[in-house]
Design a protein around this ligand. Structure first.
Ligand code: FES
Length: 375
C-alpha cells in the first residue's frame, strides 16, 4: 500500500495508506482508540460510536472517517466522557454488565465489551436499561445463542455475510426488542449456517459462545470437582491438520484434556476464519479407536486366506516393519518400482511428507506420489 499523506493525532504526525480510516491509521501508529462494532476484517459500520474523536474540531466516528491529508484529530476530556457514556448506554442492554456471569469473561479472563468498559472507565449499571433478547432454544451442539447479552453491533450478521457469504442470520426488531435471528427464527441447523463459528469469534460479548467447548468444560469440572479458571487454560498455537490451507488454530487445554479450538486471528492463511471441521472436529484426538500399536492380519493356516474386515493382532514395530520391508522388496524385484504408489497427507507434518517424497523417489524409484492437499 502506498503512503498517501499524513494527518495529526493529538499533535503526532501519522502517515496513512490507501483506503485507511482514521481509526486504522491511528491504531497502526500505536494510538489506542476504543471500539465495539469495529472488526478489521469487516467494512466499517459506525453504529456504536465508541470510537469517537474530534476531527477538525467536530465529533465523529473514527472508524468510518477516511484519512485525508491535513486532518487534525484530537481526543480531549469531552471525548473521553462521551466514550464512557456511550459504553454505559450500550451496557444498559446487558442483563448484568459486571463481570460476573459473562461466559466469555470466564473463558478468556475478559470479553471485548468488558475490556473496553474498563478502558474508558465506564460505571456498571449507571443507566437502567432493558435486556433486548433472550437465550435462543437452538439445540445445535456447537453454537450457544444468548441474545440477552447482545449489544446490537451486528458483527455476527456482517461476518456471516461479508466473510462467509452464508447470510444465515439477520437483525430483527427495533430498540430494546432488537435481536438476531436465523431464517423464520428457527435454529441455525435449519438455516444456511455452516456452523463455522465465525460469529462466536467476532462477538464482543458472551452472546454467542462455543457450546461444544462449554460442554467439555462442564464435563472436566464435574470429573475433577473444581471450576476451571481462565488462568489455568493452556493455549497452544498450531496449524489445523484437516486440509492444505493451514489455518492457524489455538488448542485450549486444561487438566490434561482438550477443551476446544479457537482461531488464531492474525493467521496469514485464514485471517481468523475456520471451517466447521477445523473449529469443532477434535473428537478423534481422544478417540479410543486410534491406533497406538501396529496391527498385522495373518493368514488363516487352514485356508491360507486373510480374514476380511478383522483378524488383526497387535505386533511390535520390529515385526511390522520387517514384514512391510520384505513385501515391498519382493514387489520391487518381481514387478518394478511403478507398482508402488504413495499418498501423502495434510494431517502429517511437512517433514513427514518430505521424507515420504524422498523415500518414494529416492528409495523406491518412482514418481507415483500424490497428496490430498492437491484436491
Ligand atoms: Fe466506530 Fe463502532 S467502532 S462506530
Amino acid at each position: 500500500m502506498d503512503d498517501l499523506g499524513s494527518f495529526t493525532f493529538d499533535g503526532q504526525t501519522i502517515g496513512f495508506r490507501s483506503g485507511e480510516s482514521v481509526l486504522e491509521a491511528a491504531r497502526r501508529a500505536g494510538e489506542s482508540i476504543p471500539s465495539l462494532c469495529f472488526d478489521p476484517r469487516l467494512k466499517a459500520y459506525g453504529s456504536c460510536r465508541v470510537c469517537v474523536v474530534k476531527i477538525n474540531g467536530r465529533i465523529g466516528a473514527s472508524c468510518t472517517t477516511p484519512c485525508a491529508p491535513g486532518l487534525t484529530v484530537t481526543v480531549d476530556d469531552e471525548i473521553a466522557s462521551l466514550r464512557r457514556t456511550l459504553v454505559e448506554l450500550t451496557g444498559s442492554l446487558l442483563p448484568d454488565d459486571r463481570l460476573s456471569g459473562c461466559p466469555q469473561c470466564r473463558l478468556d479472563g475478559t470479553c471485548e465489551f468488558h475490556r473496553v468498559a474498563r478502558a474508558v472507565g465506564a460505571e456498571p449499571g449507571r443507566f437502567a436499561g432493558a435486556a433486548g433478547g433472550v437465550a435462543h432454544p437452538d439445540d445445535n451442539p456447537f453454537l450457544g445463542r444468548d441474545y440477552s447479552r447482545c449489544i446490537n453491533c451486528y458483527r455476527c450478521v456482517r461476518i456471516c455475510d461479508e466473510i462467509e457469504g452464508d447470510n444465515a442470520i439477520t437483525a430483527r426488531g427495533r430498540g430494546f426488542e432488537s435481536t438476531i435471528a436465523a431464517w423464520f427464527d428457527r435454529g441455525l441447523e435449519q438455516s444456511s449456517c455452516e456452523l463455522c463459528g465465525q460469529c462466536i469469534h467476532t462477538c464482543p460479548t458472551g452472546a454467542l459462545t462455543d457450546r461444544k467447548m462449554a460442554t467439555k468444560i462442564a464435563e472436566v469440572e464435574k470429573k475433577t470437582r473444581l471450576p476451571i479458571l481462565a488462568e489455568e487454560i493452556q493455549r497452544v498455537e498450531s496449524v489445523c491438520p484437516y486440509c492444505g490451507t493451514g489455518c492457524g488454530i489455538t488448542l485450549n487445554a486444561a487438566r490434561g484434556e482438550l477443551l476446544g479450538i479457537t482461531p488464531v486471528m492474525d493467521s496469514p492463511a485464514a485471517d481468523g476464519a475456520l471451517c466447521v471441521k477445523g473449529q469443532y472436529g477434535t473428537d478423534f484426538i481422544a478417540s479410543p479407536d486410534r491406533l497406538t500399536k501396529p496391527l498385522i492380519r495373518d493368514r488363516d493356516p487352514s485356508t491360507g486366506l486373510r480374514a476380511v474386515g478383522g483378524g488383526f493382532r497387535e505386533a511390535s514395530w520390529d515385526e511390522a516393519l520387517t514384514l512391510v520391508a520384505g513385501r515391498l522388496a519382493g514387489n520391487l524385484r518381481d514387478h518394478g518400482p511403478d507398482t508402488f504408489a504413495a499418498w501423502a497427507s495434510a494431517r502429517t507434518t511437512s517433514e513427514a511428507n518430505y521424507l515420504l517424497m524422498k523415500f518414494t523417489r529416492g528409495v523406491i524409484g518412482t514418481n507415483n506420489i500424490d497428496n490430498c492437499q492437491r484436491t
